[in-house]
Structure formats: structure tokens, C-alpha cells
Design a protein around this ligand. Structure first.
Ligand code: ATP
Length: 213
């Protein structure tokens, strides 16, 4: 199985890395690929540009053989549609798309959402503060009780990973930085340094007393 965590990574944070590692352990696979949604078609434009988000993702994964970064959606022109990436990545091994509870409900609005269940499994990641009851199940998917059940079929399974995830979000990181606060506890240290050096996410009023790397 090949597992992918897609995201805008605006910026990549410790919650992403932790979630990817929990999934990697549960699936008993050597690595997870973090795929940058370069030009997301289904949500507001990220604050940081593609190059900055890619540099941060590279910094976060450069010493982690278990976490790989993919620029597939940077290289492919046009909107970053998950269905296109899954079609491109499809090979002999089943694909597992890792997705947070919060993002699951948006799936029906994704481009050609009806085809997703013919291309991948979903592994749903809990997010602190989000309902942990029976999840919304996108069209074509079927809940499986055990992660090992995903191996039995090529695609269309949905497994809820019950591991505790970190209460970190990119929007919280952006808010803290915009207010001149210190977000280094939520980020890989190289990413915090990059944000600070590049002046990302700063708002006009948030300069005084700004935390330094
Ligand atoms: P934002 O706060 O801007 O919405 P985000 O923190 O959700 O950003 P994304 O890049 O949009 O970051 O997330 C990519 C994927 O990772 C999504 O499926 C999201 O639900 C999931 N995810 C993000 N943070 C966590 C976390 N702390 N634990 C588990 N999954 C997460």
C-alpha cells in the first residue's frame, strides 16, 4: 500500500507529521508521502505561495526517511485535483488517501468526487475538537472495521484511525504569527526559522515584540 497525505501545508506543522506517522505505523508501511496541493481547486487560495509552501515541506521532510514530499501537483499545470493525482500515482499497489475529519465532509465538492472510490481507500484522521462518532462516508466508500481489511480490496474502503492526533492547525499557526507570537512549539524548527526569515504570515500590525528563532 502507498499512503498519501495531501494538503495545502500553509504551513506544514507538527500535526501533519504526527498524523502521517500514526498512519504509517497503523498501515505498517515504510513511508507516507506528503503531497502539496499546489493550486487547490476547492478552497480559498493559500496565504503563502507555492514555492514557500514547497520549501517548508522539503525542510520538514529532509531528514525523515519515513516521510516523503511530493511535488507532483506543482509540476502538473492547472488546478490540483486529487482525482488527477490518484490517477497518476495508481500502480499495482492500493493507494490510501489520508484525510482529516474536518476535510472529509468537503469531499463531495471535490472535482470528479464520484471517481475517488474507484482509485483509493480513505484513512480518516481524528482531529481534536471534531466529532468522533460515525463519520460522513463519501459516495462509493464503505467503512471497514480493521485496517487490515483495506488489504483485501483494491479501493473504496474507509477506515477511521482512532489514534490521538495533535491539536495543531495551519490556521492557528498563521494567526499566532500574524499577532507577533511564537509558534515554534507547533512547527518543525527549520519551518519556524524559514517563516521568520521570509516574513511569512505577518500582518501589518504584528511586528512589535515579535518572537525570534
Ligand atoms: P487550515 O487550518 O488552513 O485548514 P490544516 O491544518 O487543516 O490547515 P491542511 O494542509 O489543510 O492543514 O491539511 C492537510 C490534511 O491534513 C487535511 O486532511 C487535514 O484534515 C489534515 N490535518 C491537518 N492537521 C491535522 C492534525 N493536527 N491532525 C490530523 N490531521 C490533520
Amino acid at each position: 500500500m502507498k499512503a498519501i497525505l495531501g494538503g495545502t501545508f500553509d504551513p506544514v506543522h507538527l500535526g501533519h507529521l504526527h498524523a502521517a506517522r500514526r498512519a504509517q505505523a497503523a498501515l505498517a508501511i515504510p513511508n507516507v508521502t506528503l503531497l502539496l496541493a499546489a493550486r487547490p481547486g476547492h478552497r480559498a487560495d493559500p496565504l503563502a505561495g507555492i514555492d514557500d509552501r514547497w520549501q517548508m515541506l522539503r525542510l520538514a521532510t529532509r531528514r525523515t526517511p519515513d516521510l516523503l514530499a511530493s511535488d507532483l501537483e506543482i509540476v502538473r499545470p492547472g488546478p490540483s485535483y486529487t482525482v488527477d493525482s490518484l490517477s497518476e500515482l495508481r500502480g499495482t499497489e492500493p493507494l490510501v488517501w489520508l484525510i482529516g475529519r474536518d476535510a472529509l465532509a468537503d469531499v463531495p465538492s471535490w472535482h470528479r468526487a464520484g471517481e475517488l472510490a474507484t482509485l483509493c481507500h480513505f484513512v480518516v484522521l481524528d482531529r481534536p475538537g471534531h466529532d468522533r462518532s460515525v463519520p460522513f462516508v463519501p459516495r462509493g466508500f464503505e467503512i471497514v472495521d480493521k485496517v487490515s481489511d483495506l488489504v483485501e480490496r483494491p479501493c473504496g474502503g474507509l477506515f477511521c484511525l482512532r489514534n490521538a492526533m495533535l491539536d495543531v492547525s495551519a490556521s492557528e499557526v498563521r494567526r499566532i504569527v500574524a499577532e507577533g507570537g511564537d509558534a515554534r512549539a507547533l512547527l518543525p524548527s527549520d519551518v519556524w526559522t524559514y517563516i521568520w526569515r521570509r516574513g511569512l504570515y505577518r500582518s501589518c500590525g504584528g511586528e512589535r515584540g515579535r518572537a525570534q528563532p
